[in-house]
Ligand binder design. Structure first.
Ligand SMILES: [Ca+2]
Length: 121
């Protein structure tokens, strides 16, 4: 059972789930090692995350001393991140695994399917 990598027709990233507000957000982790912010969402409230997004961090607190005006626009206190996620991980089977990964390379709200793992076999 391998991980297939392929690109299919792009979809609107907003079709992957309502992630703009915090209504469905259950966790938010800032990972300075990977320079990403990971947000998990549970849309149906069953206690299992259905979607995780990854935002690229543009600057951390140390760097922002030089970019304080940019920092004021940021959503977080100690890092400045891109407003739109770069990666979207989906649990489509509800088995606590990320079965599909979408990527918004251009940052234009169009998501390409990056990887899909067939767990039915
Ligand atoms: Ca859920």
């Amino acid at each position: 059972m391998g991980l297939e990598l392929f690109f299919a027709a792009a979809i609107a990233c907003t079709d992957l789930g309502p992630i703009q507000g915090r209504e469905y957000e259950v966790s938010r982790i800032t990972n300075l090692g990977q320079y990403m912010i990971f947000r998990r969402f549970d849309f149906d409230g069953d206690g299992h995350a259905d979607l995780m997004t990854g935002h690229r961090i543009l600057a951390d607190e140390f760097q922002m001393r030089e970019y304080i005006d940019l920092a004021k626009k940021g959503d977080l206190k100690n890092v400045l991140a891109e407003p739109q996620p770069l990666f979207y991980w989906l649990d489509v089977t509800g088995k606590d695994s990320w079965d599909r990964i979408y990527v918004d390379i251009a940052g234009n709200g169009r998501c390409d399917l990056y990887a899909s793992q067939d767990r039915t076999s």
